[in-house]
Ligand binder design. Structure first.
Ligand code: 4AD
Ligand code: MG
Length: 457
């Protein structure tokens, strides 16, 4: 169907006074004595395009109901009412698909919660239209960042036999019938599709390290799956994960890359999605634009885990979870650190090894690991990463302490034998990044069809 994207008409003055054909869904209709008006949106821009018709062309504009789809032929003209805008003087308007009055997106019922119940239609609202265009631009900016810095984009398997985080949060992959009976767990897995236990990958890191040991700098960008029973606004069972892995890099190098990546993403969105960010600043998070400009223009904080614990202890604040060396930094603590104390993104570094994954490089103190989490106001942790342990003995010992079976990590371990190098990597959660940039406060509202514990629509 030959037609022009609405966004092109807003951005390219060459179309003014030319014949155009546009398509879209009706957002509003109204009329006056001699004229009829309809606003349409085709999903390419946040702003709707106004269609103006002489009533001699259309006898009843209200036959075009909210949500119906239309094709319009006419002339693009400068708007007489809206400064710096354009509209179409229609010569012909064709109904493509009618939309009966039980269309759920009527003006009055549009809370985010209500919209979660209609994931197949909610993208037609301004909010979701904006969220998903930002999501697309963020993804593009991430590729651009890495591609411009000699990183190779690798695709790692989604079905895997090893649990990267060792947290036992893998979804199992099986082809056994629901009533299949076996005498033992071993027999169960031996008779399954792969002849051993398999699951959906929680992280691409282990395979990413393999690739980095040959290609030097790699990144992955794909879905990760976690069977966490965390019913929170920032946990999803399926999320998109960006994981760079860098050879010849130590923890300070990692912080530099992570900070540059976040700044590049924010900068790109501020430039390419200016109207979407203005919209979010107005309706989702007052002061969002200033917040994002501060992210780009200021250095992120860096703080040792032990210092973070001290600051929390000295804060005089009552927390639900205990604050002590060796305890995890919980969401409430992350919020206090980033929103009350630092008021900007901060890297917390050097966590106790007991609360972090087996692969993290052990520091000389014997107690901590060269790990980092990037915490941001409003969302909390958006990045988790570390320098990797290269000492085979320390790695085997850490696996033993965390009850991991070394046989499942054979390839990973042998990287330490053949030309091992200092290397580091991190994981950025795409959805949490989108939440931070848009001010959307629930992860369910930045995913097309969110999968969370107890919910799959
Ligand atoms: O901190 P995590 O668990 O780190 C890893 O998976 C490492 N293997 C990454 C690496 O070093 N290559 O996860 C990294 C990030 C988190 O900071 C968070 O942004 C996101 O992934 N994330 C989730 N996002 C949404 N829902 C969940 N259930 C998430 N779990 C982690
Ligand atoms: Mg983490």
């Amino acid at each position: 169907m030959k037609h022009i994207d609405i966004v092109e008409l807003f951005n390219n003055k060459n179309y003014v006074n030319k014949k155009v054909t546009v398509c879209g869904w009706a957002r509003t209709t109204r009329d006056s004595k001699n004229m009829a008006f309809m606003e349409i949106n085709d999903g390419t821009s946040l702003k709707h395009l106004q269609i103006v018709m002489d009533k001699t062309i259309i006898d009843n504009i209200y036959q075009f109901k909210l949500g119906c789809s239309v094709k319009v032929d006419g002339t693009l003209v400068e708007s007489l009412v809206m400064k710096d805008s354009v509209e179409v003087n229609a010569e012909k308007i064709t109904l493509l698909g009618d939309c009966p009055p039980d269309y759920p997106l009527q003006k009055k019922r549009t809370t985010l919660e209500f919209l979660r119940g209609i994931p197949h239609l909610r993208l037609r609202t301004n909010t979701f239209n904006a969220v998903f265009r930002v999501r697309s631009v963020v993804s593009w900016a991430i590729h651009e960042f890495f591609q411009n810095r000699n990183f190779v984009y690798v695709h790692t398997p989604i079905i895997t036999a090893s649990d990267c985080e060792g947290a036992g949060e893998m979804f199992r992959v099986t082809t056994h019938d629901y009533d299949a009976k076996f005498d033992s767990e071993e027999e169960y897995y031996n008779n399954d599709f792969f002849g051993q236990k398999a699951g959906l990958s929680v992280s691409c890191q282990l395979e990413g390290e393999v690739a980095a040991m040959a290609m030097g700098k790699i990144y992955t960008f794909g879905p990760s799956f976690r069977a966490e029973h965390s019913n929170t606004p920032r946990h999803a069972a399926e999320f998109w994960h960006i994981e760079p892995e860098i050879a010849f890099a130590e923890l300070p190098d990692l912080l530099e890359i992570a900070e540059a990546l976040i700044k590049h993403i924010v900068n790109t969105v501020l430039t390419k999605c200016a109207s979407e960010i203005e919209f979010f600043d107005r309706f989702m998070e007052k002061g969002l634009i200033d917040k994002l400009k501060n992210v780009v223009n200021n250095e992120f904080g860096v703080i040792d885990y032990i210092k973070a614990i001290e600051l929390l202890q000295q804060s005089g604040q009552k927390f639900q979870f205990p604050v002590a060396w060796g305890k995890d930094i919980q969401t409430e603590h992350e919020k206090y650190l980033t929103e009350v104390i630092f008021k900007k993104p901060i890297f917390v570094i050097n966590y106790p090894k007991t609360i972090k994954s087996f692969y993290m490089k052990q520091n000389d103190d014997g107690k901590t690991v060269a790990a980092t989490d990037l915490l941001v106001p409003g969302v909390g942790e958006i990045i988790g990463g570390s320098e990797r342990e290269t000492d085979m003995d320390k790695l085997l010992q850490a696996m033993k302490e965390k009850n991991l079976n070394a046989c499942e990590y054979e390839h990973y371990l042998s990287l330490r034998k053949f030309g091992s190098v200092p290397h580091s990597g991190f994981g950025l959660g795409l959805e949490r990044m989108i939440m931070y940039i848009t001010g959307m406060s629930n992860i369910r509202d930045v995913i097309l069809f969110p999968r969370t514990v107890g919910d799959i629509k």
